[in-house]
Structure formats: structure tokens, C-alpha cells
Design a protein around this ligand. Sequence first.
Ligand SMILES: Cc1cc2nc3c(=O)[nH]c(=O)nc-3n(C[C@H](O)[C@H](O)[C@H](O)COP(=O)(O)OP(=O)(O)OC[C@H]3O[C@@H](n4cnc5c(N)ncnc54)[C@H](O)[C@@H]3O)c2cc1C
Length: 878
Amino acid sequence: MLHRLLAAVRGLGSRRGWRKGSPARGSASAAAAPPVALPAQAQVVVCGGGIMGTSVAYHLSKMGWKDVVLLEQGRLAAGSTRFCAGILSTARHLAIEQKMADYSNKLYHQLEQETGIQTGYTRTGSIFLAQTQDRLISLKRINSRLNVVGIPCEIVSPKKVAELHPLLNVHDLVGAMHVPEDAVVSSADVALALASAASQSGVQIYDRTSILHVMVKRGQVTGVETDKGQIQCQYFVNCAGQWAYELGLCSEEPVSIPLHACEHFYLLTRPWETPLPSSTPTVVDADGRIYIRNWQGGILSGGFEKNPKPIFTEGKNQLEIQNLQEDWDHFEPLLSSLLRRMPQLETLEIVKLVNCPETFTPDMRCIMGESPSVRGYFVLVGMNSAGLSFGGGAGKYLAEWMVHGYPSENVWELDLKRFGALQSSRTFLRHRVMEVMPLLYDLKVPRWDFQTGRQLRTSPLYDRLDAQGARWMEKHGFERPKYFVPPDKDLLALEQSKTFYKPDWFEIVESEVKCCKEAVCVIDMSSFTKFEITSTGDQALEILQYLFSNDLDVPVGHIVHTGMLNERGGYENDCSIARLSKRSFFMISPTDQQVHCWAWLKKYMPEDSNLILEDVTWKYTALNLIGPRAVDVLSELSYAPMTPDHFPSLFCKEMSVGYANGIRVMSMTHTGEPGFMLYIPIEYALHVYNEVMSVGQKYGIRNAGYYALRSLRIEKFFAFWGQDLNTLTTPLECGGESRVKLDKGVDFIGRDALLQQRQNGVYKRLTMFILDDHDTDLDLWPWWGEPIYRNGRYVGKTTSSAYGYTLERHVCLGFVHNFSEDTGEEQVVTADFINRGEYEIDIAGHRFQAKAKLYPVPSLLTHKRRKEDVELSDLHGK
Ligand SMILES: Cc1cc2nc3c(=O)[nH]c(=O)nc-3n(C[C@H](O)[C@H](O)[C@H](O)COP(=O)(O)OP(=O)(O)OC[C@H]3O[C@@H](n4cnc5c(N)ncnc54)[C@H](O)[C@@H]3O)c2cc1C
């Protein structure tokens, strides 16, 4: 293989634009050829000649960006790409990952024809085995999602598995999923083919050239320093694989790229006596933790062990050749599993055990996008052992991002800005990837949580809540209560409950919801992102008016729900902003907006020392008092009347609560229920919480968690950013018209797109579905991503769902599209179109009837807002 690679590199080297930065070691001809000088400047420098770097270069050149230089420290495709097992699999949990893999499959399929370079592309199909009913359910859920996006696949019996792959032991199987168009390919050859095509289009490629440092001036990439000299550039793309973390630090402004390498093993055998046909399907036996594919008539088999081996925690890998030590003891559990699945393997001779580093990320998703702090610094890394499958699609989206300013799909789940520096500690990464690697094949039931890297960010009330039975989930490193286990519940049983059906916490959450509806609950929501924007003059108001869709020129004390839109009218953020004074604003955003929103604001804010943006997330503990008796609790604690007449909805006022002064009290909840948010300086948090709980006793107060909140908000048709809304959703598509003021007299980002959309109509609409014939106790539950059918035809997918305890039904939110029956093209979705359909929601292959409801006008205001503006004096000094 090495031979072939070198030959390919040499062969390609003579083509236009393909250079060697230095002679190949030990090569006589190379000794004679002087190294070619690097260009002094380029528009883009891509670091890394693996599948990612070559895919980005390929797609940039296809999109017309030709002034691109790709630098590789060793030989092309000699990193993880070289040792990749070559399995191309489209069966993914995330829709965006499915799309990337599907695109890669199509791209690699035609690459040989396009470039003349053999890539070994062979359509084998894949079989995903299920040893348990839960695994089969998980496969059925994926099966439903693949089918509707045009990727053929079916659930098959063990008997059919045996027909598809006669060497497999199928006795312990309950079923499987067959994806016939999956393929195997030589990933190194794919990378070379991509490089060749890019090179033909003008991309300059230099191997044996190391990037030492990325130069940055005033927050903008200006060039790279290499061991062969400098190149000035506007854009830098870090596709350095397992070296990306370190390279991220080698810049004037370090870029945090949270990933960590682990050793990854597979074995290779000699061919069977009768060699396996090349079309033999790839097998994924996740319950057995192994994958198996045909390899030159024998087999290649690797897996994701329970006890992975992280590597290079203390620094970067200096190795050029990535083959690490064999470790048969370590591989033994996977080998046993393989022998159980394929007993005849005993007779085959093993050639070797390959061991190569691969990178893993804190949430099992790859990382792409622009750095939040350095303009022009892009990354595409952290592939969690699926880099070949994602390479084509990921390279395309990143190239679109660079060329057009945004990718054509919503890639938030993969965006670098979902992380911050907080996920980049080496200890955190080391511990987390040891959990992530086995998780790739673990059965993931809805609402599972990571176990490692926990208790990183906590509210001051954490211990208090924990002692009262809080069960925790994590978001952006922050611990948030899911629900509170009453003292009489069997904790152990609850902890172990993992199911796609009705979960054990059903009754617990039910009682929390009931309390929110009838009395009062307190939810610690401290993880919310909180920013303050202040200025000496009108600068704060002016920039916010430009960046947000609603009118923020409201009287002091008002709270405005508003979207932070992009030029296409899509939500970059959905938040609430309180006007604290004429010149200062308090902004509350979803927890995982901390980096993204900050970067967006910074991008547009003029450099002006009189305009200050401050992240005050850590300064305030946030308590949400939800329920009809919240008003009584607060009135008693503040000696101030809190009824709507005195404290109308969507108002904010600093007041005292108990002994503590300066508590920002806001008459809003995030559920549609009446209540208040209290933003409490952290030193007062415990005091205020204790007072609230003590006074609340007589009103029936109790703690509640995020599961209750989710149920309440979905039942009230409250869409949440990151779950229901994303950068491709406009307010007009999700009932968010009240968050937009087109005639506020100031132009704002996204206004033109919304005006256009208002004229043309929308092509999708967020709709609420109430399941009709669904048995909560016996049927599988909807969670998210379930296909929606209208009059028997697929029209979209759910974005979130919950059991609605008031409606006593399951409620799903999801987008309905209108695909033309003839052309499949998207057409306008009118209210009439929604209302006149008969709907079904597909849960793991079973369709349940559902009633559609279009915007039951979410009552954004918890009480009716007073018509007349409240005077400044009404709100302050009381
Ligand atoms: C054993 C194994 C089996 C796998 N099997 C599969 C599979 O079957 N299917 C699948 O989809 N995925 C698989 N993967 C994952 C896949 O191979 C990787 O995700 C993918 O190859 C990563 O590509 P990359 O371009 O990000 O990294 P790499 O291929 O490692 O490329 C990064 C490149 O950057 C270069 N570089 C780094 N720093 C610098 C610098 N400072 N200057 C210049 N150059 C630099 C490196 O030399 C390297 O060539 C497997 C991985 C392993 C290890």
C-alpha cells in the first residue's frame, strides 16, 4: 500500500500545481530536485493532506476559489486516512451526518471517473445487527429516517442476514437493518483523487511542509509560517486531524479545538480458501462492539472497545507513520466477539493488527466552522472514526461556508462554536473520549447523558438541590436538574431505567408539572447565557436594533422576545432582552449560545470603548418561579405587590427579595405558564432560594427540573432554539411574527429576506401534532426526528416532543413541507394546506395518527401586558 501511495504521489507530482516541498527521503531522483519555493501569498491555506484537507481543497476549487495552497507535513494521506478501514456508512443518528455521508457516497462513486484514479469504490451494502429488541428499535428509528430521505434500507430477519452473509452466526440475532447502497473504498486513494482533481483546478499542493504557526492580526488570519517560509493568506483551514488541537494553540490568538486521539485497532486476515466476493456486505455488530468487512478476500475487523486507550494527552504526535504497537491483550475482547459472530474465522491466518490514532470529540460529533475569535480561521476535524463517511459532505459544507458565508444546511450540531475553551482541558478531553469511543456502539436511548467530565460548571445551589434528590443533565458543561426523585422512590431502579418506551420518571415529572400548573415550582436555570450591553450614549440601542428583529426601543423595564437573524432571515439566536436603563440591556439566551452569540455580536459591534459587551453568565443564578402562586411567594418576600396591575407581564425590575437587594425580577417564564424569573447575584443565591422555599411552603412549593419545563413548553407550542429553531428557520415559518417588527424604522439583519418571504409565502411551517391513537403505557414514545406523513406522503420531521400532562397526549413539534407530487420541489405551505391534511407520525416504523395544530398563538405574555407604557417612575424606586 505504501508503495502504491508513493507511486501515486509521484505520478501526481508531475501534474500542474502539484509540488513537493522537499524531496522524498532516500530517493535518488528527489536528491537531485531542489525543493520548490512556496508562493508568497494565497487566498486560502489548507493544513493537512488527509481526507478532510483534500476534500475542502477539492470543493473550494469546484466553487471557483482557485488561489488555494494545501500543505502537508508528511506525505499526502499518510495520517489516519491511510489506515482507515474504508467503510462508508450512511446510517447515522443525526440528519446532518446522514446528509454528509450520503453526499460522500455519491461523490466517491464518481470520483474514479472524474480523476482516473482508482479508489477501490465497491458497493457492498451494510448490515447492522441487533442482538436485542432495544437495538432493533434503534435501527428501526434510523431505518424510518433513511427511507424518507431516499436512502434505500430495510429491516430484515436473521434468516435474511444469513443469506446476505453466509459466514455469520445469526442465532443470537433478533433482526437487522440492511443498507444496500453503502460501500467500501480505499480512503487514501479517495484523498489522492480529491487532491488530484483539486490540483487540476489550480490548487497548489506541497507535501513535506509543516505549518508551525498561524499568524493573526487584530483578530484576522494574515498568514502561516512553515518550515519552508511564510505564506500570507486571508483564510486558514485547520484539517490537521490528531494534530489539530496543538496546531490550534500555535497561533497568536489560540483557537480551542476540543478533540483527543485514541488508539484504534483492526485486524487483517489472509483470504479465505474461497475468497469472499468483493460485494460481501460490511457488518456492524454494535452489541458485539465490532465491524467486519471483506478485505482482499479475507476480512478486516475492528471495533470500539469498552476501555479505549487515549494517546498524546501531553502533546502532539511526532510520528509520521501512524502505525502504533500491536496490542493483542487489549484487542482480545473484540477478537472473542468476532469469533462468536464468525466461528469459521478460527481457520484463517491473521496478517496483522493495525493500530492507528483517531480523534474523538466531547459530544461524538465532528467539528467544523470558523473560530469564534479569529476571523478567517476555519476547522474541519474530530471525526470520531467516521471521517471517510463524512469527508465528502463535510468538505462541501465547509467550502460553502467559506465561499458564501454559510453552509447550505443547518450544521449547528457540528459548529465549533458549540464549544468553548471550557471543553478544552486536556484532563476533561482525556476522560471524555474514554467514554465517547465505546459510546459509538453503545445503545443510546433517548435522553442519555454523558457520565464523564461532569460537575464542571454548577450553580451555587447544586449541593442543596442534589441533597433534595435532583437528577442531573449537562449542557455546555453546566449541570441542570432533570427532575427531583422523591424520598420514597427506588433510586437505583430509576438510574438504570433505559428505554424507548414510557420512562420511569413519568410520574415524577407529572407531579412536578401538576405543581407548576396548580401551585408553584422553582427551577434552577442558571445555565442560561447572560450578556450585558451598555454604552455611554445610544450606541447600545443602535447596534441591538440592527442585530435583532424586534423593536428594542422600548421603555426602561420592558422585556422583548426577539430573534437574532442572519441575512436569510434565519435564527442565529432566539432570546429575551430586558432594557435595564436607557443605555443598558440585559440579554438572556440559550445555554449553548454562550460562544456563538458572543462571536456574532462581536463581529458586528464597532470597536468603540464607549460600547461594552460583558458576559455575566457566571454572575447570576437564575431561578424560575412557575405557577399561579408564584405571585404570592414573591409578594410576600419583597413586600411589593406583584399582581399584573402592578407588575405587568414582560417587565423587569430590580428589587429586594428577602434580605437580598438588587435581584432582577422578570415577569416571564419560558413555559407559557405564569411566573417570574429571578436573576440573583450569586452571593445571594442560597439566601434567596432558602427564602423562596420557606415562604413557598404554604403555597405548596417544590423543586422541578428541565423535563417538566420541556413538557410545559411543548404543550404550549413554545419553540426552542437549537431544538426546533435553527439558522435556516425564519420567524415567519414558526409563528414567531411577534418577535419581528418590520416597521420599527430601523433596518435590521434579515429584514429584506423576511419582507421577501412575507410576499412569496413560506415553504415550511412549524406545526404542533397531538398523537391520537397512541398508548402512552404500551407504545414506543416519540422523541425527535420522527417522520411526519400527510395524507400518506412524507412531509417533514419532528423537532421535539414530550408527553403533555394537561392534554394527556403526546405532543410533537415539527416542520411540514409541501413537496410537489410531480417534481418533488418545495411549494408554499399555507395554513389551509396544514389544516386540510390527515397526519401520521412514524415511530420506529409504526405510524400513529395525529391532529395538526397551527400556531395556537403562543401566549408570549404570561399576563396581559398593560396597553399604556409604564413610566420610568413606576418601575424604579419602588
Ligand atoms: C484504524 C482506523 C480505521 C478507520 N476506519 C474508518 C472507516 O472505516 N470509515 C470511516 O468513515 N472512517 C474511518 N476511520 C476514521 C478516518 O480514517 C478518519 O476520521 C479520517 O481519516 C480523518 O481524516 P483527517 O483528514 O481529518 O486526518 P488525517 O488523515 O490524519 O490528516 C491530517 C493530516 O494533517 C497533516 N498535518 C498535521 N499537522 C500538520 C502541520 N502542522 N502542517 C502540515 N500538515 C499537518 C498530517 O500529517 C495528516 O496527514 C478510521 C480511522 C482509523 C484510525
